[in-house]
Write a protein that binds this ligand. Structure first.
Ligand code: F3S
Length: 383
């Protein structure tokens, strides 16, 4: 591959992987069974990124199942979300380049809901931080947090360098976290991720004291702990798979930490909220069904986005959920989300059930934020 025998895209991809392997002391390359690529929004890529992808697409073809992270817009319904034709033109070119390389152009941060779901223990190359944390911790897969170019390099070669979380000795918990607080709602889990992340940074925690957690709560927790701490792997006793040694260091999370986290994430006054967005990470089908039930017969009075992977929306169409949601005036934002779409200056305040959404809403779009349950957000949107 390095010799150029398999083409320029493979050669330059292998160069990236070998360089990373040398930097991190990898002894060998290993096969990966799945790739998920971040860095898809034209908002982040710009013309330089588009040029890079177009070059690779001249002779590059993916060797394993590969999907994309959210793009900067809904690829079908961008006009309805207020995206400019100039931006749309560039974003379509980005997706076309990925398509020419054989990438499945489903743009989502929850690839595990739409068929990109390898088997326990497999090595993969994923980039989206919440999905990486979910893959390592909830699905028992093995991946480092890849950058967009290194994930694409894995897709074009089917390989990654064996270091970091690909090695079992690096997958041991480093700190016990005893949770002494009630965990009931999705925002509770977002606040837990915020509290733990702020205390332990990117250490691997063994979390004790959480009695149960749904897929949706774990998805929110992964997004939050990865955002506020940088953690790519955790163990939750009795809930997630995998085994680890018990570390000596321990910390506690009490109700005051959870309440404090929620307070920190709420800095918007009621009259400052002009965008309500849910689906960070992208909603599960179950969540879409619940939202449809809650919005049935109501009218939203504020801009409301439902962020979801397109294949989930297609099933929601078949079930009639989409029609109920759209009848209320809420809009689907497939393939994208409130953080990667170019929204700066369009809205003042974001209400969301996602702790990660608050972080990016503030950082990227200068929004004030309100952090609440979906029920509360729907009350907010319809009042
Ligand atoms: Fe996904 Fe966007 Fe949130 S990529 S995790 S919905 S910030």
């Amino acid at each position: 591959m390095l010799s150029g025998k398999h083409g320029n895209a493979v050669k330059s991809s292998m160069n990236i992987l070998v360089s990373l392997g040398e930097i991190f002391g990898a002894k060998r390359l290993i096969d990966v069974s799945s790739v998920q690529i971040a860095g898809v929004s034209y908002h982040n890529l710009g013309d330089a990124g588009l040029g890079y992808l177009s070059d690779l697409a001249k002779d590059g073809k993916v060797r394993v199942l590969t999907t994309l992270n959210p793009a900067g817009m809904d690829m079908e319904n961008w006009k309805n979300l207020g995206i400019s034709p100039e931006f749309a033109d560039k974003q379509i070119k980005v997706i076309d380049a990925f398509k020419r390389m054989g990438v499945i152009t489903t743009c989502t941060c929850t690839p595990y809901f739409v068929g990109n779901i390898p088997h326990f223990g497999e090595h993969i190359s994923w980039s989206e931080s919440s999905a990486v944390c979910y893959a390592n911790s909830v699905l028992g897969l093995k991946t480092n947090r890849e950058g967009g170019p290194s994930a694409l390099a894995s897709a074009l070669t089917g390989k990654t360098a064996e270091f970091g979380l690909h090695l079992d000795e690096n997958r041991q918990a480093q700190v016990v976290v005893n949770v002494k607080a009630k965990m009931q709602t999705v925002p509770d889990f977002g606040a837990l991720g915020y509290s733990i992340g702020k205390k332990i940074g990117n250490k691997i925690p063994l979390i004790r004291g959480v009695e149960k957690a749904s897929v949706e709560q774990l998805k929110s927790f992964c997004a939050s702990i990865a955002t506020y701490g940088g953690t790519a792997l955790f163990y939750m006793e009795g809930i997630t798979p995998g085994t680890t040694k018990t570390p000596e260091e321990s910390i506690e999370i009490v109700q005051g930490n959870i309440d404090g986290a929620k307070k920190d994430l709420n800095d918007a006054a009621d009259d400052e909220i002009d965008l309500v967005a849910i689906g960070c990470p992208h909603l599960s089908l179950k969540e879409v069904a619940e939202v449809a039930k809650m919005l049935d017969g109501k009218k939203v009075k504020k801009e409301m986005w439902i962020c979801v992977a397109r294949p989930i929306k297609k099933i929601a169409d078949q079930m009639g959920y989409s029609q109920t949601i759209e009848k209320s005036g809420a809009k689907f934002a497939c393939d994208t989300c409130m953080a990667v779409a170019p929204l700066k200056g369009r809205f003042k305040g974001l209400a969301t059930d996602s702790a990660k959404g608050c972080f990016y809403g503030r950082g990227k779009n200068a929004f004030k934020t309100k952090f609440a349950t979906i029920e509360e957000l729907i009350r907010e949107a319809t009042k």
